[in-house]
Design a protein around this ligand. Structure first.
Ligand code: C2O
Ligand code: CU
Length: 471
């Protein structure tokens, strides 16, 4: 509370905003242009979050040029942040007011198969149709939701939203950390008049579409304020179709404590944080002790086909200002969420070979085990029986591999074991070009579970399949 009051006075005084709404009383929270929208809880029942979610056509100003004709959940890009606690029930009354069919997929959540939003499992939600998603939030972590139909178009147009599921022992803002933010990173390609191009060039088909406008929580290159010396927690998510972000802040080291649905037994420090489409990271860092402006950049990273040969790009500006924080809190201890999945000599190994090529008409195609979805043979496993996905990437570029319905833990890369303290419950992981990863997994719900590359142009061009988990 004390820190909040100090911050209030510092910001209002510095901005000369004495008479502006929000600066008149110390109780009023600061207006935060990067705050995500929320959805009203319609339930009075304990441990239940019940919301209405509507996919609709909306005009949204990215700050690029003119407002864009986006598709949104509830009128904002990203859509509402759904905030819950592990064990809560989530009920979502979904209405599709788009001109075409869609679904809502709950990326990373373990849930009943029929709630997964996979169109070939539970059917699409037709234009004008409705569906109620209803399930228990089994895992703590940062998750997200998006369509699973024409994903390359529907996600690009703005249909994304975040679910934050808090665990039992989460660090508390004001006690354990000074500030916490959920940051959704994206890029869109928009024309000067704000519209989306209808034509996809060959490079975008091959690499996944990269936009000309970088976004943080739906805003172009925003400014984020940080107090000098503050211990900051960022929960970051990449919802871009194809862009990998390689975060860097001059003079700042990221303390990485978790990713997707888990935490590391051994957190690590890095000054470059690579985040592929659909991944999430939970990071802490200390803001510089001297006021000033710092860029948050994405540094070059070669994900194949010479994509590393280009300059860094500025994603946001960090404005280190206001009253310095002198508490010098240590990085919080975070208990690892996942326990190791037991793997032995008898554990089934399922091979997945990712490759790229062109079909008879010269169109790019991305294959799994030699075929494109829906012709990729379904692989079978059993609920409660650990198995290993052996994912071999024969192509010339990285593919972020995503599995529905459960988490996996990376065992190794090209035969080199991953230290136990760095095995974390992931649902999306980069399979680097020409590399092979073994991933241990275990379904706890039966059904047909999708897996695919999360470069949306690649999954739509065939790099997708199903695993059947039998009772
Ligand atoms: Cu984020 Cu199959 O999806
Ligand atoms: Cu891919």
């Amino acid at each position: 509370m004390k820190a909040g009051v100090t911050r209030f006075f510092a910001v209002c005084a510095a901005a000369g905003l004495g008479s502006v709404a929000g600066c008149g009383t110390p109780e009023a929270p600061l207006p935060d242009p990067l705050a995500l929208a929320t959805a009203a809880n319609e339930s009075g029942a304990p441990r239940t979050l019940e919301v209405t979610l509507t996919a609709q056509e909306t005009s949204w100003d990215f700050g690029a040029s003119k407002p864009s004709p986006v598709w949104s959940y509830n009128g904002t890009v990203p859509g509402p942040l759904l905030d819950a606690r592990v064990g809560d029930r989530l009920v979502v009354h979904f209405a599709n007011r788009l001109p075409e069919a869609t679904t809502v997929h709950w990326h990373g959540l373990r849930l009943p198969n029929g709630m997964d939003g996979a169109p070939d499992v539970s059917g699409p939600v037709a234009a004008g149709g409705t569906f109620t998603y209803d399930f228990i939030l089994k895992d703590a972590g940062l998750f997200w939701f998006h369509p699973h139909l024409r994903t390359d178009v529907q996600v690009e147009r703005g249909l994304t939203g975040v679910i934050r599921v808090r665990g039992v022992d989460e660090p508390v803002v004001g006690t354990d950390v000074d500030e916490e933010r959920v940051l959704v990173f994206d890029d869109v390609r928009v024309n000067d008049d704000g519209t989306f191009p209808t034509y996809l060039d060959d490079n975008s088909k091959m690499m996944g579409r990269e936009g000309n406008t970088l976004l943080v929580n739906g805003r172009r290159t925003p400014t984020l304020s940080l107090r000098p010396g503050a211990l900051v927690r960022w929960r970051v998510l990449n919802v871009a179709n194809g862009r990998f972000f390689n975060f860097h802040i001059p003079g700042v080291s990221f303390h990485v404590v978790g990713s997707d649905g888990g935490s590391f037994a051994e957190p690590y420090d890095t000054d470059h944080l690579l985040i592929a489409p659909a991944e999430r990271y939970d990071v802490y860092f200390r803001a510089p002790s001297t006021p000033g402006m710092l860029p948050l950049t994405s540094e070059p990273y070669d994900r194949g086909h010479d994509s590393g040969v280009r300059p860094p790009v500025v994603i946001a500006q960090l404005n280190v200002s206001g009253a310095a924080v002198t508490s010098s809190r240590p990085f919080p201890n975070v208990a690892p969420i996942a326990s190791p999945i037991p793997v032995g000599a008898g554990t089934p190994r399922l091979p997945f070979v990712l490759a790229e090529g062109t079909d008879a008409r010269g169109e790019f195609k991305f294959t799994v085990n030699g075929a494109t979805y829906p012709n990729v043979p379904t692989v079978s496993t059993r609920v409660g029986e650990p198995f290993v996905l052996r994912v071999e990437n024969q192509s010339e570029m990285d593919h972020p591999f995503h599995l529905h319905g459960t988490f996996f833990q990376q065992l190794d890369r090209d035969g080199v074991a991953i230290a136990a303290g760095r095995r974390v419950a992931k649902d999306t992981i980069v399979i680097p070009a020409k590399a092979t990863l073994n991933l241990a997994a275990n379904f706890d719900e039966p059904g047909m579970w999708m897996y695919h590359c999360h470069i949306n142009e690649h999954s739509e061009a065939g790099m997708m399949g199903m695993i059947h988990a039998a009772r």
